[in-house]
Design a protein around this ligand. Sequence first.
Ligand code: FEO
Ligand code: CA
Ligand code: CA
Ligand code: CA
Length: 637
Amino acid sequence: MTNNSTEGVTNRSGNEPFASILDRRISRRGLVKAAAVGAPLIALSTSPLAGRIFGGASLSDVAEAAGHGGSSGVGVQSIPHDLDDTINIAPGYASEVLIRWGDPVVPGAPAFDLNNQTKAAAEQQFGFNCDYVAFMPLDPGSVRFGLLGVNHEYTRGGDMFPGYDGENPTAEQVGTEIANHGLSVVRVTRRRNGTWYYHQDSYYNRRIHGETPMVPTGPAAGSAHFQTSADPTGMDIRGMFNNCGGGKTPWGTILTCEENFHQYFGNNDSLEEAAKERNARYGAPGGASWRQWERFESRFDLAQESNEINRHGYVVEIDPYDPHSTPRKHTALGRFKHEAANTTLSDDNRVVVYSGDDQRFDYMYKFVSRNTFNPYNRAANLKLLEEGTLYVAKFDDSGSGEWIPLVPEGPLADWSPADICVFTRQAADLVGATPMDRPEDIEVNPVNRRVYAVMTNNSRRAADATDGPNPRGPNAYGHILEVTENGGDAASTRFTWDIFILCGDPANPDHGTYFAGFDQSELDSIATPDNIAFDRAGNLWVTTDGQPRALEAADATYVIPTAGPERGRLRRFMTGVPGGEVTGPEFTPDDTALFLAIQHPGEGGGLDEPTSTWPDGDFPRPSVIVTRKLDGGRVGS
Ligand code: FEO
Ligand code: CA
Ligand code: CA
Ligand code: CA
């Protein structure tokens, strides 16, 4: 979101901006040619593990759904933009609200009471600002019975508490906000009529929040960087914050990602110069934080606990099938503003995790595990993200690129593995990574195996506009890259890349849009792409965060084929409500349901003057919806 988060620029490394590379690349090649993406299934499809991946469609299913060469058309009639206070959806589809902010999650949780919110109640209820959604089948391949993991990215007192005084939040309000962060797990079931409900008293239901005990793994766990007065071992962390996007593992766990963790900590200016500089690279405020939590809890005050901030900014692994399991922060995947973390397998069955660092001029990363995935040994798989190599992307203008390992060699010879895992941005600065235009979701297309990387926009970075020519001047609308790992192997250290789409309004020539070469006279507009998901046919589904500002239209969900004659043909599937972004696109394994999270409806006016009263007509409540086809078929078919 617009999360008081990515407004600034903290990268002063001087690495060449991606915009300038892109510009030169387009100039050199003329218009980027849309290569026909019909690559046969590779890597996983030839693996004996194909079809055994827990919790997803088997690759033979994917191939069947895709036909030859991937997606070949979509059964969605594009709908117009709007600004009304309802969820609008393409003809032939329906949507229902599944769960709202404040709904009971933990068995026995109290009913929501807007005017009497407490920390104790919030720790048992559905948190605020739902974002990433993970559907985890209760049995492998189950499409009707599952667990839903839902991130709660952030809070804003003015959107939560009637009569909120931002100058003087109360201790109970701050505690309630801490409890409204994290992730919910709820059991869900599809009824015979196609609608869905969540179980209020399931054994699996769980709230993970800002007080939940967590353990770190990997090189930084227990290191000096992690030791605090409350935890001299550096092994006992309280809570996770700003969990935005996420992903799933082949062994049936959820990866939930701490994004703008810096905003929870105040008084960076009190630290000595080196520490202050390290925190400034992540945007930590010099004085009071806008939340002022440091007034109430010393752990958020850098003057009192200088290391607490080092314990946030990670990919957190959660086992939704064991409600008593301890969340684990995997430091080997690096510390940055992780938008999401999506996994695939290399040719030799190592786990590869892609993750973007969502800030202007920050980087794209991938992690490759040291050990291999074994479908018969879940206990071993649960350790796979504890050890491996973290790489950062360096693009060149010839259409290729390199994954540079962040290891204690060369410019990082004096760094320890723990240093690299905690101060990852600075490590990446030193190896010459390519600064990007706010990397959001990065995900592998299950059909063509290409990696789609979303750059949401770069329109508000006036101070850095001179870093290099952007292909279209200020990048107000965002774009999506299509990356092909060499040999189709996700563990490869080299790749080629192309532009998939340049967002904006095709009717406005000033926007300089491009949709994989598709005839733009037929296309509608899109801006500020954020999260993505693929259906089984390999069509790309995109949700947006920022269209009200960019296009004077509600945020929305789009579908774009990635192959065949309709490659690049954009269709608008649904539109959200005023003030609210659309997040969390997630399909059931059979594509008959698409879950979406409507985050911060009504934002902008605050709770006292909301710009939306969705979903119930009284006050705005962030909620997860289920979209489905009325005939019961696959969404998009
Ligand atoms: Fe929380 Fe990068 O969006
Ligand atoms: Ca965003
Ligand atoms: Ca996001
Ligand atoms: Ca995604």
